[in-house]
Design a protein around this ligand. Structure first.
Ligand code: PMP
Length: 352
């Protein structure tokens, strides 16, 4: 039996998994063909982390961090997992908690969609709500302080604290980066990654940079977030974006940064659904917009991989709902105008 190893890297490529946490990872990578004309002359790939069992990349962090906490004795039988999450990491923890018998409490706020709330409850997680808004219109700081308080007061409570836990990137150094290497080896010009806690970017960088120094690492954020641009403004996007600079983000590793307007991101999501058959989450629209802009700048034949963090079904009542878009002041760019819309994006150097 070799099932202790991440299954995709074991010698036995068996399809049988011992539990759901071992079914995480090893997702398909698809080439984009029709969403923009640059896809004809450049090889643009999307790594579908939406194909993880709960629909997102954060199940990888959840599994690895819970494993580490169990090994360190921080989480024991009968324990409670507490986290602040706008969705995917919470769902990841709810999945691992259900599979291993832990109580799970997720701190959410008004931006947490009904779809995420229902999903969390369906997995048996409990929700705790905050409502204090900070200067950028975000409730992230209030969520983190409530999670800290709960972890201090609930006996057997463990708070993975994805924003500050230095092990948050480990899952991506262990799994995601090796999957990228498996698929592309040295035949990759750029890797485009959405940024919030910085877990994906820093983990990928840790493994890939020393091995592939020519690979460009590209970070993507949303307009209004302060990760790359110091001026805060309210935004509706969940998944990427933050109201503070993420301590886990290795800024030095980022070769190029994009700050994408929400309208373009949501338009790209609709274009991906209609032109590629890919119904994906809102951050994917920003990541693909940035990736295709970069593809336009690179020579024909270049290979660009983008990481799709989550599935679109969580967003049917927000970015895939025309009334929600209208009520929030977004006007979709038609799929046939995406080439021009992408061209208008700008990249910048990541701040240090
Ligand atoms: N996109 C989505 C949909 C996410 O849930 C997240 C994680 N919050 C990210 C992108 C960014 O990942 P990270 O936190 O690892 O920077």
């Amino acid at each position: 039996m070799n099932l202790i190893l991440p299954p995709q890297f074991s010698n036995q490529r068996s399809r049988i998994r011992e539990d759901i946490t071992q079914a995480v990872g090893d997702v398909p990578i698809v080439r984009l063909r029709r969403v923009a004309s640059v896809c004809e002359s450049r090889q643009c790939y999307l790594k579908l982390e939406s194909c993880n069992p709960g629909g997102s990349i954060k199940e990888k962090n959840a599994t690895v961090l819970v494993n580490q906490a169990e090994e360190a004795g921080l989480l024991r039988a009968g324990g409670t997992i507490i986290e602040s999450s706008s969705g995917n990491f919470g769902v990841g923890l709810a999945i691992v908690g259900a599979a291993r018998g832990y109580r799970v409490i997720i701190v959410v706020d008004a931006k947490t969609t009904q779809a995420f709330r229902r999903m969390l409850k369906a997995y048996g997680a409990e929700l705790a709500e905050v409502s204090e808004v900070d200067a950028s219109g975000s409730m992230q700081k209030a969520r983190i302080s409530l999670a800290t308080r709960l972890a201090e007061t609930i006996p057997g409570g463990w708070y993975p604290c994805q924003h500050y836990n230095p092990n948050n990137p480990d899952a991506h150094a262990l799994f995601t980066a090796r999957e990228v290497e498996d698929a592309f080896g040295s035949e990759l010009d750029a890797l485009v990654v959405g940024v919030s806690t910085g877990g994906q970017m820093s983990g990928l960088a840790r493994y890939l940079k020393p091995r592939y120094p020519k690979l460009r690492l590209v970070g993507v954020d949303v307009q209004g977030s302060v990760i790359f641009d110091p001026a805060p403004a309210p935004y509706k996007m969940t998944g990427i974006g933050l109201s503070f600079r993420p301590p886990n983000l290795d800024y030095q590793a980022i070769d190029l940064a994009y700050v994408v307007p929400e309208n373009l991101a949501y338009s790209m999501c609709h274009a991906l659904a209609q032109r590629e058959g890919l119904l994906l989450g809102s951050s994917t629209g920003a990541i693909v917009s940035a990736g295709l802009h970069l593809a336009q700048q690179l020579p024909p034949g270049s290979r660009i991989a983008m990481i799709n963090p989550d599935r679109g079904d969580r967003y049917l009542e927000t970015i895939y709902d025309l009334d929600w878009l209208q009520d929030n002041g977004f006007t979709l760019i038609p799929a046939e105008h995406m080439d021009v819309a992408i061209e208008q994006l700008c990249s910048c150097e990541a701040p240090r």
